[in-house]
Design a protein. Structure first.
Length: 403
């Protein structure tokens, strides 16, 4: 039975429809079976482009769940996984501070790399990762990331069709409970990659960079650190200027008050419906927690049989997103793109095809099997990391930062 999927490629149309199922999926091993992989697993299980054959993680419960759910093998060490000759690519789903060394080790073993965002915490580590993958001639893709979401890829296709003229400005916002979900210590420390910039800004800046189509040249930003018990960046507002004249206003808040999914028809970030009556649930859960309690609660959210969800009914998203073009405004949502023209409005449905993260897996497949790299290569995502650091720098200096 035929399957259809999306992919991003700068030299071709962003959307591709397949007429037959691939017979040579990429054989993948995953390192890290935490919350990130728990969100990726449903799409991985139904993907036609990848087959997850092996995993390594410190927790026995997670390894046992991988064996049971994916029918794969597990290793006690990353070294053993890298020495598995059946593995073509490694998906690095570990905490941010481990990305660089693990990516370089994978490259040295001839394994292609799919690394969770951000590519790294420091710019120097990102450069080392990119160099290692280039020297060893292996693919380096940063994902899953929301710039791979179906509606974003569709919007990119519409922009490239030139039917609405040039992009002039972008406005995007996302208000979540991100900083009041259970967190490990390093997730509350900016120097260790904690706070909203590296985890969430990486998504938002990826999206606007993809749609703006130029290089970021100037960043003017402020950040909010307004909770002494969680003393890291909890929110930011950033104005980005691009070399082609586009401007983008990016707002993010992880304060667990207003929830911008209210503006998305109560469809959550992962494409699943949300209960609007569960207001304040994240903050309430932390009220009586000690730090040890919170860390245990974080561990309870990692990959396991009980945390495995089915395929979402909608595309994933990263909050309300508006594009102003020469001849129309575009509102991009998880189900559709609404085009506001001078005298009429058009609704363009964007149905979910396969799992929400199938575009990431197709990008990996296209790169390894067909030699077609997506936009979101390591070198391109280095630019996103530069924006994250520029936001921190601009907020500290209270002045624009030029890149």
């Amino acid at each position: 039975m035929s399957r259809r999927s999306w992919y991003a490629c700068p030299a071709e149309k962003v959307i591709s429809r397949l007429t037959s199922k691939v017979t040579d999926p990429i054989r993948v091993g995953v390192v890290g079976l935490g919350r990130g992989f728990a969100l990726t697993a449903p799409s991985a299980l139904v993907s036609q482009f990848v087959q997850f054959l092996a995993a390594t993680a410190p927790r026995e419960e997670s390894r046992a769940a991988f064996q049971d759910i994916f029918r794969g093998v597990t290793y006690l060490s990353y070294h053993d996984l890298l020495n598995d000759p059946s593995i073509e690519a490694v998906h690095i789903a570990t905490p941010h501070q481990l990305h660089a060394e693990m990516a370089m080790q994978a490259a040295e073993h001839g394994k292609h790399v799919l690394v969770e965002k951000p590519i790294a915490i420091s710019l120097s580590d990102a450069e080392r990762m990119i160099s290692a993958c280039e020297i060893n001639e292996v693919t380096l893709i940063v994902g899953p990331a929301h710039s791979f979401d179906g509606p974003i890829l569709k919007a990119k296709q519409l922009i490239e069709s030139d039917q609405f003229g040039r992009v002039l400005a972008i406005n995007t916002l996302n208000y979540t409970d991100f900083m009041y979900r259970p967190r490990r210590d390093e997730e509350l420390s900016t120097v260790d990659g904690g706070g909203v910039l590296f985890s969430q800004g990486a998504h938002q800046f990826d999206i606007v960079r993809l749609l703006a189509g130029g290089q970021v040249t100037e960043v003017y930003a402020s950040t909010g650190r307004w909770d002494m018990l969680r003393d890291t960046e909890m929110s930011y507002q950033a104005m980005l200027r691009f070399s082609n004249g586009v401007t983008a206003q990016c707002t993010y808040s992880g304060y667990a008050r207003f929830d911008s999914d209210e503006l998305q028809g109560w469809i959550g970030e992962t494409g699943n419906p949300k209960d609007p009556d569960n207001y304040g649930g994240s903050r309430k859960a932390l009220v009586d927690f000690s730090r040890d309690d919170e860390v245990r609660a974080k561990l309870a959210r990692t990959f396991s049989a009980k945390n495995l969800r089915g395929i979402a009914a909608n595309n994933e998203h990263f909050g309300p997103l508006f594009l102003q073009c020469e001849h129309a405004d575009l509102k991009i949502g998880p189900r559709e793109i609404i085009v506001y023209k001078d005298f009429e409005k058009e609704v363009i449905p964007v149905p979910l095809i396969g799992g929400p993260r199938e575009p990431v897996f197709k990008a990996l497949y296209d790169s390894i099997r067909l030699g077609k790299n997506p936009v979101q290569t390591g070198r391109w995502c280095l630019g996103t990391l530069q924006v994250c650091h520029a936001v921190l720098d601009s907020a500290k200096r209270r002045e624009p930062v030029f890149i």
